[in-house]
Design a protein around this ligand. Sequence first.
Ligand SMILES: [Zn+2]
Length: 84
Amino acid sequence: MHITPSLTPAAMERWERMDVKGRELILARIWCVHCKKNHGIRDAEGHLHPSGDIILLGFCPSCGGKVARVIETGDTMGPAKYYP
Ligand SMILES: [Zn+2]
């Protein structure tokens, strides 16, 4: 299954610089606090934090609860020049 999250232009610019395998792993390993399992994400949306990290928000495909994930692109790509 191939999912592309709905991202702001600033977040998408960084997302596209990540390798495809890494992106798939991130999307498949999103922790659900309700299920206490990695269930991935559906209806994913994201924006860029001023730190340069991508903030991904969505829902657990299993229980429908809210899930979130910080992708630490700020560490490798530096702070954001523009956001969100
Ligand atoms: Zn869940």
